[in-house]
Write a protein that binds this ligand. Structure first.
Ligand code: SF4
Ligand code: SF4
Ligand code: SF4
Length: 172
């Protein structure tokens, strides 16, 4: 196996069976990221919502349990080694993360809850009234920026986040 690929997999947890980590927004592709990131921690220190934590190998990763990213760009500006880098070709949002609502969602099981929809600034989650009076969530992936706000507020972790370019779904 290619040395760089195996190191990238190790740092993301793929070889250990642990959940994949999500790098801060605007991160280079994983192999380039681990080469470029010095682990300086400047992005961690500057994030106003303390969403970035130090992970394996001192590399930064998102902790969506703390809330959603509003793409303020402070981490991008702070990253002098350019491991976080604005790509003029890159469409908004600056990563390929998307949310998924799992079948254990309270609303899908006749318990009223609209927490995810209430925090979604993109209005990517709408509730459809079902027979019996409980509304179930519908997620519009085109609108979803992968900000993670819905993951943070779901009381039963029925929201998962995954990278659409990853080979398999991962919970954050
Ligand atoms: S864009 Fe802003 S809120 Fe999001 S991780 Fe970076 S510093 Fe934090
Ligand atoms: S500011 Fe850049 S180089 Fe420093 S830890 Fe964050 S991503 Fe890595
Ligand atoms: S991750 Fe997507 S669905 Fe969830 S709050 Fe953010 S934009 Fe809305």
């Amino acid at each position: 196996m290619d040395h760089n690929v195996s190191r990238a997999q190790l740092l993301r947890g793929d070889l250990s069976g642990e959940k994949t980590v999500f790098r801060p927004p605007w991160a280079l592709a994983e192999i380039e990221f681990i080469e470029q990131c010095t682990g300086c921690g400047d992005c961690i220190a500057i994030c106003p919502d303390t969403l970035i934590i130090q992970g394996r190998g001192k590399l930064p990763q998102m902790d969506f349990t703390r809330g959603g990213c509003d793409f303020c760009g402070d981490c991008l500006t702070a990253c002098e080694p350019a491991a976080l880098k604005l790509d003029s070709e890159q469409a908004s949002p600056p990563w390929d993360i998307k949310a998924t609502i799992q079948p254990n969602c309270l609303s899908m099981n006749a318990v009223i809850c609209r927490s995810c929809g209430e925090v979604c600034d993109e209005r990517a989650i709408r509730f459809k009234l079902e027979v019996g009076g409980v509304a179930t969530p519908l997620l519009d992936l085109d609108q979803c920026t992968g900000c993670g706000a819905c993951f943070a507020v779901c009381p039963i972790r029925a929201v998962t986040l995954s990278s659409i370019n990853e080979p398999r779904d991962q919970a954050a």
